[in-house]
Design a binder for this molecule. Structure first.
Ligand code: GUN
Length: 765
């Protein structure tokens, strides 16, 4: 995986840890300063790189808060021992204290706090929230931050509290907006934070995000959330994220101002947060409180540590309790920082593994308020629209969670869409069952939606054409157990559609190896429970097959073929005589070829968005290369051109040059000329999405090199991350094909990083 190669800040080596020294960072390239690129994504979660003069920060990252007056852990130690690439301090405190101010102005802020990495400064807004007003001017504080050489400064925004009424919050939003351009002018070339305010009001958060996004800020912190977190109002926290983030330019990192409790990391990262800052590690330590991924614990009550970390490994809680105040605070601060960094590392690995949502789901059980937030996310009214599970199917005893959002029905739809549309599917590996929450995982919703919109029942009118046979009772893979039966049925009952009932919904038999449907890892009973006819009917409705008669067949037990045939005879779909007849070898072979073609056609429809009739036409004369296990490896055209390959790991389909040329020849739609909003689930049957690239990129792409951001001129609205796409020049000539890393709005906004991973280039004749 690419992410693994992307280690930016050198890990702290053993020698550095022992000696307490680590090399200073290299500045980024001048032309990259302020740019943010994404190197790995998992839905909205991303591993990114923020380019600055004091190094490239790998995100998600925690910026510990340093109070220039009280240093609990030395910033130098944070750099040397903890490998912390960026921290945040307060420019207003420095500005107010003459001694600090003079030193900062003479030697720079890096020297002042003795830290070689990236320094972000806040502006005094938080002090105005805590103490009332601040005396500093809007331009003055930004100019000051620039003058002391900070890497990322913050404008003086107006803090919106959760207890404010709508008109008060509107004033905070408007006043912050009114200060934006002045602050940007004052910052000159210094990167600037543009905080989003809006209290608990969805429309005001949306307004703040879309309006602030129009200014030339480098980072967008989400402001006004400290009291929300202090009061454990995590549902409101999630709502704030979902109303702000979709409106922000996707190429800028999002910073959760004042969020540093590890318990909130997985959900925040899954919803798109890139940066965190917190004084919690030190503040909690002062009160003898310990941070853990599942909440906060008091050292007063402990015999054993909740988590073992290097700083307390040789000490017991009792020994730490006996220490004097300063020493105790220091050691507990280190402990808190170590626990926080460890949870952040787990989150980053989960993003790389494609499991961040599952991690957020698991962590949601750790705290009732977090669970409430998570339930709100997965049961909010928009979910019914996009998931296509009815709410009753989704929620058993947790129905209450969504009731209060009823009055806002529809309001959150676009936010949930925004999460689902950024998911990659199919993925490799098992999908571990987590109860009903599993059904609400955004990538599962995306996989189901793709199937509903792109797959169509294509059976010829023939025996059984008004029926559907539902196989149930066992987990995949099904081919070894069922291919023989399905092949026979193609021969005897050519109109009969065969589908499989999985714990996450129905799927057509032809797509039996497609992840995640095939790879649900869980207890046996999730497969064995008796098929629920109303659920099946509901599912068939999504496939526009609600008029079919449902026939169920339990895959447990022997003599599958005989049992199936008997059932079909009983229902008078087949004639009694079928039972005594065996199938001719030539008929079996012909049906087997038909089944393979059906599998190929349905994968073309699902993964290349090819219209059903066309995918059947393209594969109606296709041949196959079969591997030693009897599985399809390559799909060949009638003239033996290699069109595509079946991916055995995730059930997907990989395109080849001849396939790209063939599919492009069927494109009827005009080339895109701009970037429109992502419409990933629209445009069904319109074929592979196209990206149009700049002429400068053409020779590189023809050689098979990747397409970088900045070279894409336009794309189709249905382009999806991790899905195949065609690359053309402005004259419409096919240059190659690859896998998109982005949605269309991301392609429109990013300036750095890989836009399309090119699979192959098409050479000039
Ligand atoms: N620190 C915590 N919250 C905020 C906020 O809303 N604005 C600023 N500037 N700093 C903060």
């Amino acid at each position: 995986m690419d992410g693994l190669k992307e280690v930016v800040h050198r890990p702290v080596t053993m020698a550095a840890w022992r000696e307490g020294t680590r090399d200073d960072p290299e500045p980024c390239r001048e032309q990259d300063k302020g740019k943010f690129e994404v190197v790995v994504r998992d839905g909205r979660a991303r591993i990114g790189r923020l380019h600055t003069e004091h190094g490239i920060l790998e995100t998600p990252a925690l910026l510990p808060v340093i109070n220039p007056n009280i240093r609990t852990i030395e910033p130098r130690e944070m750099w040397d021992r903890y490998g912390i690439g960026a921290l945040i301090t307060n420019s207003y405190i420095i500005w107010k204290h003459d001694e600090l101010k003079t030193k900062a102005q003479n030697d720079g802020v890096h020297e002042l706090i003795d830290y070689p990495g990236i320094i972000m400064t806040d502006s005094g807004t938080f002090q105005s929230y805590v103490y009332g007003d601040v005396e500093v001017g809007v331009e003055e504080i930004v100019e000051f931050q620039r003058s002391i050489g900070v890497d990322i400064a913050t404008m003086l925004d107006v803090f919106s509290r959760p207890d404010m009424v709508e008109s008060e919050v509107a004033n905070c939003v408007d006043e912050t907006l009114a200060r934006a351009q002045k602050s940007i002018d004052a910052a000159q070339k210094t990167m600037l934070n543009g905080p989003i305010q809006g209290g608990l009001f969805r429309e005001l958060r949306e307004k703040s995000a879309s309006e602030m996004g129009k200014f030339d800020f480098s980072v967008h912190p989400i402001g006004g959330i400290v009291p929300v977190m202090e009061q454990h109002r995590y549902k409101e926290y999630a709502k704030i994220m979902l109303s702000s983030l979709p409106k922000l330019p996707s190429n800028r990192p999002v910073h959760m101002f004042g969020c540093g409790h590890p318990m909130l990391f997985p959900m925040s990262i899954a919803l798109g947060a890139d940066l965190f800052d917190s004084a919690a590690y030190a503040l909690f330590a002062r009160d003898g409180r310990l941070l853990t991924p599942w909440g906060t614990e008091k050292i007063a009550n402990l015999v054993d540590w909740p988590v073992t970390t290097p700083s307390i490994a040789s000490l017991t809680p009792e020994e730490v309790r006996q220490m004097d105040g300063k020493e105790r605070t220091k050691i507990l601060s280190k402990y808190n920082l170590e626990v926080t960094l460890a949870e952040l590392a787990r989150c980053k690995q989960a993003v790389r593994d494609g499991t961040i949502w599952r991690m957020a789901e698991r962590r949601s059980h750790q705290h009732p308020a977090l669970r409430e937030a998570f339930l709100w996310l997965i049961t909010n009214p928009s979910l019914g629209q996009i998931s296509n599970f009815s709410k009753d199917e989704m929620i058993l005893d947790e129905k209450l969670a969504s009731q209060e959002t009823g009055s806002e029905k529809g309001a959150w739809e676009t936010s949930w869409d925004w999460i689902v549309k950024s998911q990659t599917t199919p993925r490799k590996g098992g999908e571990s069952w987590g109860g009903k929450d599993t059904l609400a995982r955004p990538h599962i919703i995306a996989a189901r939606h793709m199937m509903f919109t792109r797959w169509h029942s294509q059976n010829p009118l023939g025996v059984g054409s008004t029926d559907v046979l539902i196989l149930h009772g066992r987990s995949g893979p099904w081919r070894e157990r069922c291919d023989n039966l399905v092949t026979r049925l193609i021969h005897h009952a050519p109109g009969l559609e065969v589908m499989i009932l999985t714990p996450i919904g129905l799927m057509p038999y032809s797509l039996e190896d497609v992840n995640p449907f095939t790879h649900i890892v869980g207890p046996d009973w999730i497969w064995r429970s008796r098929p629920d006819l109303s659920l099946i009917r509901n599912e068939l409705d999504k496939f526009s097959m609600s008029d079919r008669r449902i026939i169920t067949l339990d895959l447990n037990g022997d003599n599958l073929v005989e049992r199936a045939l008997s059932k079909l005879v009983e229902l008078e779909i087949l004639d009694e005589s079928i039972k005594s007849k065996s199938i001719e070898a030539s008929d079996f072979e012909a049906s087997q070829l038909q089944l393979r073609r059906r599998k190929a056609a349905d994968k073309f429809a699902l993964f290349f968005n090819v219209q059903s009739e066309l995918s059947h036409e393209l594969t109606s004369k296709s041949n196959f290369v079969i591997n030693r296990q009897g599985r399809i490896k390559n799909v060949l055209s009638s003239s033996n051109k290699h069109l595509a390959s079946f991916r055995l790991g995730d059930g997907g389909l990989s395109l080849n040059n001849d396939g790209a040329i063939e599919l492009y020849s069927h494109r009827r739609r005009q080339l895109p000329t701009a970037f429109s909003d992502p419409e990933i689930f629209g445009y069904s049957g319109e074929g592979l999405a196209i990206v149009v690239v700049d002429d400068d990129a053409e020779p590189f792409i023809r050689q098979g090199r990747n397409v970088f951001h900045g070279f894409v001129i336009a794309c189709d609205p249905w382009i999806r991350p991790n899905e195949a796409c065609l690359i053309v020049n402005q004259r419409g000539e096919l240059l190659g094909h690859g896998t998109s890393q982005c949605t269309s709005s991301e392609l429109a906004s990013f300036k750095k990083g890989i836009a399309i991973k090119t699979r192959d280039g098409i050479k000039n004749e």
